[in-house]
Design a protein around this ligand. Structure first.
Ligand code: GTP
Ligand code: MG
Length: 196
């Protein structure tokens, strides 16, 4: 799969704002600051399609990007940011639930974890949540450039064990800085997809 075209469509707060054209969707989720927005920019060869910032918790809405006029990338708001109030956490949960509960066009969810650390409790909960809803999941280990090969091998094992991943599920190591893992991830995304 090659990405030739990408455009921002909408930042949705509620389901009435989601696209209604039934194109396939791939969603990206993970802890705040894990590198979701950077990854989408890297995949689409764009510098500023998605806002990246040093301030965690930047992405608070569900952002839809139309790719190749064919499918959507969906940037979901990050979790696990300490400076969020209980009220904001609740509204995050409700927003995510409304999206995940009934979205047949959503074909795969990419769950990003930081390759430098053991997946957090929130990561484990998110992984189980996604599976509970019946979605296919791809794990992406971000910021690969910060690790040596040896550390990356250890990280892979730790991620598999901590999330209790199924054998057939893939981990893709990714670096937005070095643009590594791009082809691999695009291949994982398009695997077993029936384009209408
Ligand atoms: P929220 O929108 O707050 O949930 O964050 P996010 O998951 O979208 O993360 P974002 O892409 O904004 O990146 C967070 C920080 O990590 C930024 O300072 C990025 O420059 C940095 N970053 C992202 N990807 C990489 C990477 O591959 N390598 C390195 N070294 N830094 C990265
Ligand atoms: Mg973001």
């Amino acid at each position: 799969m090659e990405i030739k075209q990408s455009e921002f469509v909408i930042s949705a707060v509620k389901p009435q704002q989601y696209p209604t054209d039934n194109r396939i969707e791939f969603a990206f989720v993970g802890r705040s600051n894990v590198g979701k927005s950077s990854l989408i920019n890297t995949l689409t060869n764009r510098k500023k399609l998605v806002k990246v910032s040093g301030t965690p918790g930047k992405t608070r809405l569900i952002n839809f990007f139309l790719i190749n006029n064919e499918f959507y990338f969906v940037d979901l708001p990050g979790y696990g940011y300490a400076k969020v109030s209980k009220k904001e956490k609740d509204s995050w949960g409700k927003m995510m639930e409304k999206y995940l509960i009934d979205r047949p066009q959503l074909k795969k969810i990419v769950l990003l974890v930081d390759s430098r650390h053991k997946p957090t409790n929130d990561d484990v909960i998110m992984y189980n949540w996604v599976k509970h809803y019946g979605y296919k999941v791809i794990i992406v280990a971000t910021k690969r450039d910060k690790l040596t090969n040896n550390e990356a091998a250890k990280s892979k094992k730790l991620i598999r064990e901590t999330l209790k991943m199924d054998k057939e599920e893939s981990i893709v190591f990714f670096s937005s800085l070095k643009k590594e893992g791009k082809e691999n991830l695009l291949e994982e995304l398009s695997k077993n997809i029936e384009w209408e």
